[in-house]
Design a protein around this ligand. Structure first.
Ligand SMILES: CC(C)(COP(=O)(O)OP(=O)(O)OC[C@H]1O[C@@H](n2cnc3c(N)ncnc32)[C@H](O)[C@@H]1OP(=O)(O)O)[C@@H](O)C(=O)NCCC(=O)NCCS
Length: 169
């Protein structure tokens, strides 16, 4: 199995939005326009491929992004500098073979270079409605809960962090 991670390209957008929408309510509901804005304000938008086929994507921000998300803002209120992973999704047929881990390793590498190793790598996972798959994944990835909040859409989310790791490629 050849697993690669690269930057998201313009011709990935339709596929990525489709995968996003196939994973509601785990991920935020987006339109073409709101998804394009998300990419505009992101620092790292990544696509993982398995044997040349798109398998998953992630989108992350650094500090100072023009992003109104209450979850991103929650971390802005707590840290001067951090990496925020806004979303990750892996195609249902390609899960538990290391695609998510590969996307996080590249986010760690890029995030450490953009900020510094050891700074917070932040994200949230839904508790209501509960996303057990993602909670198990993030536990394996070393994330710990640092708070909870209720979002305007009514979700209860677990705010999670771990330090950025500077891992070799
Ligand atoms: C969460 C998600 C991104 C995980 O991606 P993935 O590619 O399947 O994860 P990986 O294969 O890289 O797994 C990494 C580790 O997490 C573990 N893991 C992943 N999914 C798991 C699950 N459902 N239950 C238990 N452990 C799990 C793996 O066993 C692996 O552990 P190991 O390396 O020690 O063997 C994927 O399930 C997904 O896209 N879910 C739908 C969208 C979503 O919920 N996104 C997250 C929103 S917060």
């Amino acid at each position: 199995m050849a697993l690669h991670v690269r930057s998201m390209a313009h011709d990935d957008l339709k596929w990525a939005l489709g995968l996003n929408q196939a994973n509601l309510p785990a991920l935020g509901d987006e339109t073409e326009a709101s998804f394009a804005h998300l990419l505009d304000v992101s620092a790292f938008a990544l696509v993982a491929t398995v044997d040349g086929v798109r398998a998953g994507f992630s989108i992350s921000m650094t500090t100072g992004a023009d992003y109104a998300s209450v979850n991103y803002r929650w971390f802005c209120d707590r840290h001067a500098e951090f990496i925020y992973l806004d979303r990750v999704a892996v195609d249902a047929g390609m899960r538990t073979v290391g695609v998510g881990r590969a996307l996080y390793a590249e986010t760690d590498r890029l995030g450490s270079a953009a900020t510094a190793p050891g700074l917070p790598f932040c994200l949230e996972v839904n508790l209501e409605p509960r996303n057990d798959e993602s909670l198990a994944f993030h536990d394996r990835m070393g994330f710990v809960e640092v708070g909870q909040q209720r979002t305007p859409s009514g979700k209860l989310v677990s705010m999670m962090e771990r330090p950025l790791v500077s891992s070799p490629r």
